[in-house]
Design a protein around this ligand. Structure first.
Ligand SMILES: [Zn+2]
Length: 98
């Protein structure tokens, strides 16, 4: 949630940066709110633009950051999806070879 303390808001707006999920939420919310402008001039196109950009940021972040991270964890800890040699075979619940 973006409703962090007024003190934190000022620090972030002065360029301190965000170090918690709430502060990051505040930062992004502020950027979106500034782009949206005053409510009297807000229209669906502007709302659609903002949501579209946020969605593209999410997808690109997932593609560039989350996927490589998850692939590394699969290499370290093993896959969860059935691909043969999965951990479920140890408890008789593997369907890899069915
Ligand atoms: Zn399996």
């Amino acid at each position: 949630m973006p409703y962090i303390t007024q003190h934190k808001r000022i620090e972030i707006m002065q360029g301190k940066g965000s170090t918690t999920p709430g502060e990051l939420n505040f930062t992004l919310t502020t950027l979106c709110s500034d782009y949206a402008g005053i409510p009297e001039h807000l229209d669906y196109t502007k709302i659609n633009e903002i949501i579209g950009v946020l969605e593209c940021i999410k997808l690109e972040f997932y593609r560039r950051v989350a996927i490589p991270f998850e692939e590394k964890k699969i290499q370290i800890n093993g896959d969860v999806y059935h691909k043969g040699n999965c951990a479920r075979s140890e408890i008789g619940r593997c369907t890899c070879e069915d």
